[in-house]
Write a new protein. Structure first.
Ligand SMILES: Cc1cc2nc3c(=O)[nH]c(=O)nc-3n(C[C@H](O)[C@H](O)[C@H](O)COP(=O)(O)OP(=O)(O)OC[C@H]3O[C@@H](n4cnc5c(N)ncnc54)[C@H](O)[C@@H]3O)c2cc1C
Length: 292
């Protein structure tokens, strides 16, 4: 069990911001993970997992937590019949590649979601009409008190939300897919990726959608665009000129820059539309947006 100190989390987020973790480890098996959870509990240290950091804003000052990155068998992908057995740390891209090779469809929606299975379940990631709730049978979740299987219903998956809390680690999951010819899967993925590339800043460092879509005729992106925020910049962070619900690391941005941009965007959307935008990105390390 190797525990490192002061690992910079900027290396583990797609935005490329965030300070050091008090403790950092890469468990490769269930016993190793459970030992780490007990180690943290004995020290009253909170625990959080980082997947590919593609939906994560980490405080510049760092986090007083044990941060885990799942590896080895906790990131493996196996196929049994039409069930994909995946480690919580497996990248969606790898899982999709294996599913396609085995002639299993229904996971195509994840082709452009640059995260892991655990991160996808945590926030019920989805796109183009599909989401994890639609394929997840059950997940093995570990805590310092032990591990157990939870069904999709027990995980409370809804729009970009689950009932999971830090300290609960998705070790493994079972996704039920459907037989589909690999060529059809490939063609669908190509089309979805092209749609994505046309609408979003796919060649920039971002953390995906900043805000959830509000209950309004305008999506969050259209609303922020109408507020004149495209290209708005604070420090090294800017609202994408291509899609206003993305924040780009334009030049050595900090998390504080991104938070300041988010606060400004919320303020303007509230002023102009009376809407309180809710952030989709996850915060780590005591980050907060000011009240409206
Ligand atoms: C260019 C781009 C496009 C994107 N498009 C989409 C999209 O179309 N749809 C969409 O829904 N999202 C999208 N996202 C956001 C992001 O990719 C997803 O939310 C993804 O599921 C996050 O996975 P991750 O492994 O990177 O999680 P992280 O960002 O590392 O973590 C997110 C949360 O999950 C928790 N977590 C991660 N792994 C585990 C685990 N094993 N056990 C318990 N908790 C865990 C973390 O602690 C954190 O709270 C996009 C992001 C980018 C950068």
């Amino acid at each position: 069990m190797r525990i490192e100190e002061g690992v910079e989390l900027a290396r583990h987020t797609t935005l490329g911001t965030g300070g050091p973790a008090k403790a950092f480890a890469r468990p490769e098996s269930q016993p190793e993970l459970e030992e780490l959870l007990r180690w943290a509990r004995a020290r009253s240290l909170g625990v959080a997992v980082v997947g590919l950091g593609s939906n994560l804003l980490v405080a510049d000052a760092g986090v007083d937590l044990l941060v885990l990155k799942l590896a080895g068998e906790l990131a493996a992908v196996e196929i049994e019949g039409d069930v994909l057995r995946v480690g919580g740390g497996a990248a969606n891209a790898v899982a999709l590649h294996r599913a396609r090779a085995a002639g299993l469809g229904a996971f195509e929606f994840a082709c452009a979601i640059p995260g892991t299975i655990g991160g996808g379940i945590w926030m019920n990631a989805g796109a183009y009409g599909g989401d994890f709730a639609g394929v997840l049978e059950r997940a093995l979740v570990a805590t310092a008190d032990g591990s157990g299987w939870l069904t999709a219903a027990e995980l409370g998956l809804s729009y970009r939300h689950s009932a999971l809390r830090h300290g609960q680690v998705v070790l493994r999951a079972e996704l039920r897919l459907r037989p589909r010819p690999p060529d059809e899967i490939k063609a669908d993925v190509r089309e979805l990726n092209a749609r994505r590339k046309a609408a979003q800043p796919t060649n920039r460092r971002t953390f995906g959608s900043v805000f959830k879509n509000p209950d309004h005729e305008l999506s969050a992106g259209r609303m922020l665009e109408a507020c004149g925020l495209k290209g708005h910049r604070i420090g090294g962070a800017q609202i994408s000129p291509k899609h206003a619900n993305f924040i780009e690391n334009a030049n050595d941005a900090s998390t504080a820059n991104a938070i300041a941009l988010m606060a400004e965007a919320r303020r303007r959307a509230h002023e102009q539309y009376g809407i309180r935008l809710e952030h989709e990105v996850e915060f780590l390390g005591g980050l907060e947006l000011p009240d409206l």
